[in-house]
Design a protein around this ligand. Sequence first.
Ligand code: ADP
Length: 504
Amino acid sequence: MNNKARLLIVDDEPKNIHLLSNVFADDYHISVAISGEQALGLLDKPNDIELILLDVMMPQMDGHAVFAKLRENPATAHIPVVFVTARTDTDSEILGLKAGAVDYIHKPIHVGIARIRVQQQLELARQRTHLQQLLRERTLEQKRLNNIIEGTRSGTWEWEVASDRLFINHHFALMLGYGPQDLAFFTMAHWKSMLHPDDVALCTQTLADHLRDATQPHSMTVRVRHKEGHWVWVQSRGSRMMDDTSQAVRVFGTQTDITALVQARLADEANRAKTEFLSRMSHELRTPLNAILGFGQLMSMGGELSTVQADHLTEITNAGRHLLGLVNEVLDLSQIEAGRMRVHMQGVTLRPLVLKSTHLLEPLAKAGKVSLLIDITPDLVVHADPKRLEQVLVNLVSNAIKYNHEDGWVKVMARRDPNDQVRISVVDNGRGITTADQALIFKAFERGSAENTGVQGSGLGLSLTKKFLELMQGEIGFESTPKQGSTFWFTLGHGPSASAKHER
Ligand code: ADP
């Protein structure tokens, strides 16, 4: 047998050694020592001895003295010791048992009893070793789980249903602004008193349902009062543990602070609601505005107005047009933010589109005494949505005119670069943009120092332009020197040929 245990027989009498060896030789490996000192010497070296048969009556060092030494040494303290002694020696037997000896074999030796005793003690020792091993593994596992929980910084809780006690870890307490000791005697009732009044019923119901029938762990999101008074959103998950009678005795779980997440979601919802509102309002405003402009035009054509009335009408229609432009921009922006804006990409020949856009702006340029120059070869084709590209061009060129001065100029240029991108630049020698304003220029409703100049605008043009270009997979940038002028540039993919069309 490979897993035969090794016994150490310690006896000063050769005939006893002989006898014991005979009894155990078949079932065990045997080592022998003829004195206590020799036994200790042997056990001091690496060995595989699993049980010691120790004679009590030995000269110099008796069995008890050897036993005491063995127990002192951590390397040998765990080895079971069976004393071998005369039946009459009961006092010494009591002494030995008290000191922790595991059993006795009496002389004259009864072979059957001796075998059983040794066998039982070995079995017990092996079970003890096994249990110790299990305990070590469990302790390690426990530590590992604790480390994982620590790492997640999650709160943990355990509800003892019968007593209503809640046992929580320090992360749980910390999440609510408490120290670990503050909530040492914590109950479910106490916990519910900390919940937002609107969430108490949810908590009660979720736990009751879970106790009644828990095929799955439960999960709930509730608000809990922080020590400082504000609400903390927590996600609580738990699972019940049944006893032998299938009654739930404990429910245990984790708790995570999701306040930041909930706030982000609420902000997102609010933003979506705002976008939705803007979108609806813009639609609603467009119809009456178009009516105002239409009737204004009709009135101006009638020729029956006095000069003052005609001037007022011009004011009305100008303001109406400005308002309609603003409404359209808000509508576009809200469509983009809601992800509802689609671009219809196709090959667009650039020059005619630039000419069309700048043509629309000629009155503005004329009024400002700004000259417009176009430098684009007729064959250049970009990959774009023509309607959105026109809006981009109108925005950039109108800015270049608006933020200019008398006798200023605006130049629109384009060239194809080696990576098959077309770079379109709108250059002006206008007032330029201060460094402070440059940082905010693409933000919606930001007008920088233009706010106080009397130049009409909404601060939406550039932010929309940037968004349109992103939808068309383009980029935008600018360089500007105050009092000298600005260059706004954007890129678009080259081609495909002007006839090809596809939708994104
Ligand atoms: P708006 O022109 O309606 O105010 P934009 O979003 O088009 O809004 O532009 C934002 C701001 O950037 C303008 O208010 C102006 O201060 C500045 N800006 C834009 N283009 C130019 C330019 N070419 N030269 C100087 N300033 C400019």
